[in-house]
Design a protein around this ligand. Structure first.
Ligand code: SF4
Length: 335
């Protein structure tokens, strides 16, 4: 279980200046390491990384990279997913306390008990889950392909969907299936992106577009609310990271409201400096993501910490559920 976000004290004391960036790059070269940074990382971490993207895109890069060490600047389940897909590589996360309240919403024991209550049901898990939960899962999904993944099961087969209740409600509505059971999990950042706030922001900015990046649980409530008609449908763009950056370059809107974790604004502003990008809620910041500080990254590269381990048997079963997802359709995402 992750430490509650309010009790976390990030490792500090290092300024991300040019000398820091140089040392990071030199240490990464010495270690034969590739630096991967999730979109919700601090700007300095994004800027020093080799690749910036969502969790799945980064895990794929981890699997295909020539580097023998992966330094995953993100939260723990993401680094675990990289290890699942690249078991022969050393995977480091700069601070192993960087958990995820959504991934912690369900444990493998809880999922096993739920399966016993519904024998014969298929299990679909959002990628924001631990390796142990993925190992108990038939098919993983992202928000982009969750509807397709659930629809791939025969209509009369029960489906257990976990851990995100907003994404589960969205899937239930889109598939029209009554036999989808949804786990009541959520991300703590959700609370910052609620219906009235989203509607008020959209009403106050009638010419603005609304971008929703669904690859992290913090935006799944916005995804659900957009489907409920809380904001005009034609203004809503549900986009992967790369889609969001491309749309930003093409948009004729002067203002774009972004319903996701605030770290995403950094990449969007870099891509389209003349467009005003505003967070739907500027308090929608994940404290787990911000555990990866300049000091933590420096320590990781100097000391080779914190190494991520996944039990080989768990990794084999977890990998199968991720690979089935990839076979079913476009998982979405990308840099
Ligand atoms: S924003 Fe939410 S879902 Fe994403 S890593 Fe943080 S706690 Fe997990």
């Amino acid at each position: 279980m992750a430490v509650p976000a309010e009790n976390l004290e990030p490792l500090g004391g290092v300024e991300p200046d040019d000398a820091w960036a140089e040392e990071i790059r030199a240490l990464a070269a010495e270690r034969d390491a590739v630096l991967l940074a999730h979109n919700y990382q601090l700007p300095a971490i994004q800027d020093v990384a080799d690749h910036v993207g969502d969790s799945l895109a980064l895990s794929r890069i981890a699997a295909t990279s020539d580097a023998s060490t992966i330094v995953f600047c993100g939260v723990h389940f993401m680094a675990e997913t990289a290890k699942i897909l690249a078991p022969e590589k050393t995977v480091l996360i700069p601070d192993a306390r960087a958990g995820c309240s959504l991934a912690d919403s369900i444990t493998a024991d809880q999922l096993r008990a739920w399966k016993r209550e519904h024998p014969g049901a298929a299990v679909v898990s959002y990628v924001n889950t631990t390796a142990a939960v993925k190992a108990e899962t038939d098919i993983c999904c992202t928000s982009s392909n969750a509807v397709d993944v659930v629809a791939s099961f025969p209509p009369d087969q029960e489906v257990l969907f976990c851990p995100d209740q907003f994404l589960g409600a969205h899937v239930k509505r889109e598939t029209g299936r009554a036999n989808v059971h949804v786990w009541a999990g959520e991300c703590h950042v959700h609370a910052g992106i609620n219906g009235p706030e989203l509607a008020a922001r959209a009403a106050a900015n009638p010419s603005a577009d609304l971008y929703i990046h669904p690859e992290c649980g913090c935006a799944t409530s916005a995804l659900y609310l957009a489907g409920e008609g809380v904001v005009p449908k034609e203004k809503v763009h549900i986009l992967s990271t790369s889609g969001m950056v491309e749309a930003a370059r093409r948009t004729s809107a002067g203002t774009v409201l972004v319903a996701t974790e605030v770290g995403m604004l950094h990449q969007l502003r870099k891509a389209a400096p003349s467009v005003e990008f505003r967070a739907v809620n500027d308090r929608a910041s994940c404290r787990f993501m911000k555990m990866i500080t300049p000091a933590a990254l420096l320590r990781a590269l100097r000391e080779g910490t914190d190494e991520v381990h996944v039990d080989p048997d768990v990794a084999v079963r977890a990998r199968a559920s991720v690979q089935r997802m990839i076979e079913i359709g476009t998982p979405g995402g990308g840099e």
